[in-house]
Design a protein around this ligand. Structure first.
Ligand code: ADP
Ligand code: MG
Length: 697
């Protein structure tokens, strides 16, 4: 193992590389640009680009790319070499400031939801200097935002940066009211815990469903699932450990703070958690992490599955988005602090989050919606589709005491006067007990647990940042005009708790009784992606995003359309893959098995008519019955698909897929899975769940 402190960030053009290679003045100006987001002067960009190029070439790099995050949810790159022809037929290696700060990839093949009219097919990418350039696979990658020439965001990064700006603006107003004149900027921080599965590559290659869709569309349950509860935190297998070691090393080289690794609940399931960092960097790093996981797994004869529900019957994978707000002076605004003043400020920020989660529960749900995640949310293994929040019983008691002006505490009960009294200490471990809450306070941050494992964390953080910015704005509007700040603050906190306590739930989120209770409270239960997505374009949400300049109305509508279409496309590919597998592999296997059984029965009878052939005969009948059912259900699925293809309207189409195509897929699967359980394993065309889940020895 290499020396970690030496390799960490060795492939990143970070502050120390900049300091070492840039003239002092250039370095200072670049720092300033990075801190307050000013645009970079072209002369400075030229110097930076040249230094970056020399640094990269020393590391064997020949190409650079603007690395961006289109609305596909993946990352995109187009490599250009540094070469430039020289007078004598030779080449020199060049990289200009213009090439560093702006690129012009052909944008016409990326989803745009109609934003990028064909006459402006070109989009442009612009360097996000707050996220360092890095070397991946011998290519210098420059993290960029991606926009159309009309200025519309075509990616997941531009609105994220805008949402960070929105919360920065409003949080600073609040901090000024508490007398923090020293704070220059406020940023949100994120530490995303990433779950994934590892399976043997040789089995993966034999499954069209995994190859085309990332999940198994068929597969009878293995005799053993996760019931022994022995995988979570269990000993890590040698092959998996070798993968993790290489992954850590590669992540460290590109500056990702990979910290914790362990086995998860389901067999073959694992998790990686990084140390948190600024939200836009955490988002870049999570994209890199997912990419490297998939690439490095292959080197170990493994395949990394990031799908939310690769296997039926065992837990799926999510991503826990740990989120907080921090000042440039190093203060975590969701940390209760020790003094009455810190406590008061903490309670105000806490209230902003409570109000935001209540008022924008629909948008949080939208931000976690995808065809893959629909299999997980509400399946008693992940949070329900209902958004609620857990603040811990100690903190809840305090909030209730404040709301009711009731005495709080042990022997010497006292009224909690905000700004006067000190909050009692609540130990961190007791704040983190509830693992079933979709949105849990864990001592000094919130953990949003609905996000799917394959999703970019950009969407959820755009919603969180913007919704909390809106609440902080409302608070600042009131408090800036208060005659008596402390009295107004106290009243504001009380009022917020009173009006939004319905969102708080400290019980078991997996319990069905909670879903009924949530409905009584008027909380939304948006079970599927088509249920959730239309909330994107509700008046109040359009107002939220446009008023904070995070999205224009066209941008929201475009994203809504893209997400609905993505749902339809995902299910279309799944349905087509199923019918392909059924017709080419599963039905022929069933038929061959029926023949084998019939041949055996006939052979037995030919040998001696008194021999019992009832096993073969009965089974041949059963297998034939199942193949007929499968054939009929496949026909039904194909008819549904045919109808769907004729639909022009994306909303109608999404609902049709949910109501007609998906149930047809499920019906087809159940018959095929039953056939698998009775068919000779030698004839079954695919590796079994047992091999997939327990195949890494
Ligand atoms: P666990 O959730 O397993 O108890 P931790 O609470 O230590 O573990 O951290 C979980 C994740 O939360 C880690 O990725 C960590 O970096 C992240 N985290 C910790 N503090 C913050 C913060 N202030 N802002 C954002 N993420 C944070
Ligand atoms: Mg956690």
């Amino acid at each position: 193992m290499a020396n970690v402190t030496e390799i960490f960030g060795s492939m990143v053009f970070d502050e120390s590389a900049m300091k070492a290679r840039l003239p002092k003045e250039t370095f200072r100006q670049l720092q300033r640009t990075m801190k307050d987001g000013r645009s970079l002067d072209i002369n400075i960009a030229n110097v930076v680009a040249n230094a970056m190029k020399d640094w990269a070439i020393e590391k064997g790099v020949t190409h650079y790319t603007h690395w961006f995050q289109p609305m596909t949810g993946n990352t995109a790159e187009k490599h250009d070499s540094f070469i430039s022809p020289d007078v004598d037929g030779k080449v020199i290696m060049e990289f200009s400031g213009k090439e560093l700060v702006q690129g012009e990839p052909d944008a016409s093949s990326f989803p745009s939801g109609g934003l990028r009219a064909t006459f402006e097919a070109r989009g442009y990418t612009a360097w996000d200097p707050t996220s360092y350039a890095f070397i991946k696979d011998g290519v210098l990658c420059i993290p960029t935002a991606f926009c159309s020439y009309g200025g519309h965001a075509l990616d997941k990064k531009t609105p994220l940066l805008r949402s960070m700006e929105a919360i920065n603006r409003q949080a600073l107003r609040i901090l000024r009211l508490f007398g923090h004149t020293d704070v220059i900027s406020v940023k949100t921080t994120v530490g995303p815990e990433q779950e994934y599965f590892l399976i043997d590559k040789k089995y993966y290659e034999q499954r069209k469903d995994l190859i085309y869709t990332g999940r198994t569309l068929f597969g009878a349950k293995a005799p053993r699932g996760q019931e022994m509860e022995d995988h979570y935190f269990g000993t890590i297998k040698t092959r998996v450990k070798a993968f993790m070691n290489e992954l850590n090393e590669e992540l460290w080289k590109v500056g990702v703070l990979a910290k914790t690794e362990h086995n998860e609940v389901a067999p073959a399931q694992h998790e990686l958690a990084p140390i948190f960092t600024t939200t836009n960097i955490a988002t870049d790093h999570n994209q890199l992490t997912m990419e490297l996981m998939q690439r490095i797994a292959k080197r170990h004869g493994l395949v990394c599955l990031l799908h939310e529900k690769p296997f039926e019957g065992v837990n799926g994978s999510g991503k826990h988005n740990n989120w907080s707000i921090t000042t440039d002076t190093g203060v975590n605004l969701l940390d209760p602090g020790d003094t009455p003043c810190e406590n008061a400020q903490f309670l105000l920020f806490l209230c902003a989050v409570i109000k935001a989660v209540d008022e924008y529960q629909d948008m949080l749900r939208v931000s976690a919606a995808s065809a893959g995640n629909d299999h997980r949310l509400g399946a008693n293994e992940a949070p329900p589709a209902v958004v609620s929040m857990f603040v811990g019983s100690e903190l809840m008691e305090i909030l209730e005491a404040i709301e009711q002006d009731a005495p709080y505490g042990g022997k010497e009960k006292e009224l909690m006067r905000i700004g006067v009294h000190v909050l009692p200490k609540f130990p961190k471990d007791t704040t983190d007990r509830n693992r079933t809450s979709p949105f849990a306070f864990t001592g000094n941050k919130f953990e949003f647990r609905m996000v799917g494992s394959s999703a970019s964390i950009s969407g959820p953080n755009i919603v969180l940042n913007t919704a909390v910015a809106e609440e902080l704005k409302q608070f600042a509007d009131i408090l800036e005009n208060a005659a008596d700040f402390e009295a107004e603050l106290h009243e504001l906190i009380r009022k917020t708790i009173r009006e939004h306590k319905r969102i708080s739930f400290n019980g078991n989120g997996y319990d069905d009784a909670w879903i009924e209770e949530a409905e009584r409270r008027g909380l939304l239960n948006l079970k599927t992606t088509p249920d959730a997505l239309p909330y994107y374009v509700k008046e109040k949400n359009l107002r939220l995003f446009t008023s904070h300049k995070v999205f224009s109305e066209e941008e929201v509508r475009a994203r809504y359309e893209i997400k609905m279409e993505l749902y339809v496309k995902t299910l279309t590919i799944e349905a087509r893959t199923m019918t392909d597998m059924v017709n080419k592999d599963i039905l022929p296997a069933g038929s061959a098995y029926a023949k084998q059984l019939a041949d055996t029965a006939l052979a037995k009878k030919a040998l001696d008519p008194s021999i019992d052939a009832s096993y073969e005969t009965e089974l041949a009948r059963k297998v034939s019955g199942l193949t007929r059912t499968i054939c009929q259900r496949d026909q039904a699925l194909r008819e549904a698909l045919g109808k769907a293809e004729g639909m022009e309207d994306f909303e109608e189409s999404a609902f049709f897929f949910r109501d007609e195509v998906l149930p047809a897929m499920e019906a087809l699967r159940s018959a095929a899975d039953e056939l698998e359980t009775v068919t000779d394993a030698k004839l079954w065309p695919y590796p079994s769940y047992g091999q997939l889940l327990f195949g890494i020895l």
